[in-house]
Design a protein around this ligand. Structure first.
Ligand code: ADP
Length: 575
C-alpha cells in the first residue's frame, strides 16, 4: 500500500521532481557521485589498483598505486602503455641501470602479464616488497592490485634467520655432545689400562697362598675393582652409543650355550639369596644364530642380574621362544620373569632412560647406577630389536627383549667347531693346548708382569718387548708362535711394528693379536689393516684371551682370510 502511495505521489509530483534517468544534468551528477564513492572505496582498501584496456593502455590507477611506484608513478598518464610503465618501473623503482637488463626485465614482465590470474612478488624502490596480482577480464581488460607485503617479508626473513640460528645452535650442541662423548670414551679408555693391572694382579694374588684375612682384603680389592670397571664400561658404552661409535661384532654363536653361560655367571648370586634361577629355551629356537653374542650376553646378564637383585622370594625364569616361523631369520623373544618387588606404572614408563631408578632416595636399599637398562635398550635397538617391561608392584616383573637374527646352519654342539669361513662358534668341553712361545709387546710394567703370569698359567713361555722396535729385533733373532701387541707405545707403536714384521721380516703367517685399551669404532679395522689377525681389549678377560690364542694357534689349520674376512663372506652369503 505504502509503495502504491509513494508511487502515486511520485507520479503526481512528476513535474516538480525530474526523473534522473531523463535529466542529463541529474544523471551526470549521479555518475560523478558514484565515481567518487568508487574512487574513495578503492583508495580505502589501501592497495594499489590499476586497469589496462584490451590493448594494454592505462585506463585508470588509484593514488595508492602511484605512491607505491614513486617517484615515477605520478607521471603515468591515462593511455600510457604497459610496456612503458614496466620500463619506468625497472629503471626508477627496481633500480636497474644496465639497458640490456632493463629490457630483459620488461620482457619478463610482459610475458607474466599474458598469463591468466598472475601473482608475483616484486621489490621496488626503498626496499619495499609488493605483491602484484593481475586478472584478465572477459572483455580483455586487465585489472590489477598491488599489496605492500614488506612487513610480511620482513617477518619471513626474521623467521628464516631464527630458523638458521636454531639450526646452528643445534649443530653446535650436537658437536658439543660428540666432544663430550669422545672425552668420556677417552677417559674411560685411559682408566681401563691401570684397571687391567689392578684386576689382573688381584686375580693372581687370589690364586696364591693367602691367609684368610689377606684373602678378604684382596677379594675386597678385586670386588671394588670389578664394580669400578663395570661402571666405567657402562659410561664407555653410553659414550660410544651417543657418539655413534659402538660397533656390533656379529659372529655365529650357539644360543643355548650363550643363555646357559650368561645365567651360570649369576647362579651363585641366586643361590646365595635362596631363590630359584631357571632357564627354558623352546625346542624350535635355532641352535646357531648370527649376532653379537657379547652384547646379547650383556643384556641378558643385566636383566637377570636385576631380577635376582630385586627378588627376595620365589625365583627368576629366563625363557627364550620364537615368534612366527623360522626361516633364514628367526625372531626371538627373551623373557626374564621374576617374583620380586615389582615396579610401579609411572617408573615403568621411564625405566629405559638414563639414571632412572625406582627408588631414588639416598637411603635406598639397592646399589646401582641406573644406566644398565638404558644401555640394554640402546643395544637392543642397535641390533634392530626392542625392549619392553610389564610389572606389578609386589608381584614381580617381566622384561622382554625381542630380536630378529639370521639363522646359521645347525652346528653339532659341544665340540670345538670352527666354521669353514673362519668364524668362531662358542665351544665348550676340554681341548688340547700346545705350549707356545709368545712375544708380549707392551710398555706398561704392571701389564707386562700380568701378561707373563697369565700366559705361564696356560703353559706358554713369554718374552717381553717394551716397544715396537724391540719387538722387531727380537722376532728377527728368534722364532715365536704368537705376538700379543699393544698399540700405543713409545719409539714405535703397534701398527708400525706389525707392518714392519709383515713387510720387512716377511712373516705373513705369524699370528699377531692386538691387545689394547682402545675400544672405539674403527680401531679394530685399523688393526686388521695394519696386518694384525685379531683384537682383544683391556682389561684382558682371561677366558677371551685363552679362546683367542686357541683359535689362532690351536692345532687346526689357520683360516686363510682371518675371521673378519670369513665373517664377511658368511654375512654376504646370508644377505
Ligand atoms: P641399576 O640397577 O644399576 O640401578 P638399571 O638401569 O639396571 O640400573 O635399573 C634401573 C632401575 O630399574 C633399578 O634401580 C630398579 O629400581 C628398577 N629395576 C630394574 N629391574 C628391576 C626388576 N627386575 N625388579 C624391580 N625393579 C627393577
Amino acid at each position: 500500500m505504502k509503495r502504491c502511495d509513494s508511487a502515486s505521489h511520485n507520479s503526481e509530483s512528476a513535474d516538480a521532481t525530474p526523473d534522473p534517468a531523463l535529466d542529463p544534468a541529474l544523471a551526470g551528477e549521479r555518475l560523478r557521485t558514484h565515481h567518487r564513492i568508487l574512487m574513495e572505496a578503492v583508495e580505502a582498501l589501501g592497495e594499489g589498483f590499476i586497469v589496462f584496456d584490451a590493448d594494454g593502455a592505462l585506463l585508470f590507477c588509484n593514488q595508492r598505486y602511484r605512491e607505491m611506484y614513486a617517484p615515477i608513478g605520478e607521471t603515468w598518464q591515462v593511455g600510457a602503455k604497459l610496456e612503458q610503465i614496466a620500463r619506468d618501473t625497472a629503471r626508477h623503482c627496481v633500480g636497474i641501470t644496465d639497458p640490456e637488463k632493463i629490457e630483459a626485465w620488461v620482457q619478463t614482465r610482459l610475458e607474466t602479464a599474458k598469463q591468466p590470474n598472475r601473482q608475483i612478488e616484486q621489490q621496488v624502490a626503498n626496499g619495499r616488497w609488493l605483491r602484484v596480482h593481475d586478472v584478465e577480464m572477459p572483455n580483455g581488460f586487465v585489472v590489477g592490485t598491488r599489496a605492500d607485503i614488506t612487513e610480511l617479508k620482513e617477518q619471513e626473513l626474521r623467521l628464516e634467520k631464527a630458523r638458521q640460528e636454531a639450526e646452528t645452535l643445534a649443530a653446535e650442541a650436537a658437536a658439543a655432545n660428540r666432544a663430550k662423548s669422545d672425552f668420556l670414551a677417552n677417559v674411560s679408555h685411559e682408566i681401563r689400562t691401570p684397571m687391567n693391572g689392578v684386576l689382573g694382579m688381584a686375580g693372581l694374588l687370589l690364586d696364591s697362598g693367602l691367609d684368610p684375612k689377606q684373602r678378604d682384603y684382596v677379594e675386597a680389592i678385586h670386588g671394588s675393582g670389578e664394580m669400578l670397571l663395570s661402571l666405567i664400561n657402562d659410561i664407555l658404552d653410553l659414550a660410544k652409543i651417543e657418539s655413534g661409535k659402538l660397533e656390533l661384532e656379529p659372529i655365529a654363536f650357539d644360543l643355548r650355550a650363550l643363555v646357559e653361560s650368561a645365567t651360570a655367571m649369576l647362579a651363585f648370586r641366586a643361590q646365595a639369596k635362596g631363590i630359584e634361577l631357571a632357564t627354558q629355551v623352546a625346542p624350535e629356537v635355532p641352535q646357531s644364530l648370527l649376532g653379537d653374542q657379547g652384547r646379547l650376553r650383556q643384556i641378558l646378564v643385566n636383566l637377570v642380574g636385576n631380577a635376582i637383585k630385586f627378588t627376595k622370594r620365589g625365583g627368576v625364569r629366563v625363557e627364550v621362544a620364537t615368534e612366527g616361523p623360522v626361516g633364514e631369520e628367526a625372531t626371538l623373544s627373551f623373557r626374564v620373569i621374576d617374583s620380586g618387588i615389582g615396579i610401579d606404572e609411572a617408573t615403568c614408563a621411564r625405566l629405559f632412560q638414563k639414571f632412572v631408578q625406582a627408588d631414588s632416595s639416598t637411603t635406598r636399599r639397592f646399589g646401582g647406577s641406573g644406566l644398565g637398562l638404558a644401555i640394554c635398550r640402546e643395544l637392543a635397538e642397535l641390533m634392530g630389536g626392542g625392549m619392553a617391561v610389564t610389572s606389578d608392584v609386589g608381584v614381580g616383573s617381566r622384561f622382554t627383549l625381542r630380536l630378529t637374527l639370521p639363522v646359521v646352519e645347525r652346528a653339532q654342539s659341544c665340540t670345538p667347531v670352527r666354521c669353514a669361513e673362519g668364524c668362531r662358534i662358542e665351544s665348550h668341553g676340554p681341548r688340547e693346548r700346545p705350549s707356545l712361545k709368545v712375544l708380549l709387546v707392551e710398555d706398561n710394567k704392571v701389564n707386562q708382569a700380568l701378561g707373563v703370569a697369565l700366559l705361564a698359567r696356560e703353559g706358554h713361555r713369554t718374552d717381553v718387548a717394551g716397544n715396537g722396535l724391540e719387538a722387531i729385533e727380537m722376532i728377527g733373532r728368534s722364532a715365536y708362535d704368537l705376538v700379543l701387541m699393544d698399540l700405543q707405545m713409545p719409539e714405535m707403536d703397534g701398527f708400525a711394528a706389525t707392518q714392519a714384521i709383515r713387510a720387512r721380516l716377511g712373516l705373513s703367517e705369524l699370528p699377531i693379536i692386538a691387545v689394547t685399551a682402545n675400544a672405539m669404532k674403527g680401531d679394530r679395522e685399523r688393526c686388521l689393516q695394519a696386518g694384525m689377525n685379531d683384537y682383544i681389549s683391556k682389561p684382558i678377560d682371561r677366558r677371551h684371551l685363552i679362546e683367542t690364542i686357541d683359535f689362532w694357534c690351536g692345532g687346526a689349520a689357520r683360516p686363510g682370510g682371518g675371521r673378519h674376512a670369513g665373517l664377511q663372506r658368511l654375512l654376504d652369503r646370508l644377505a
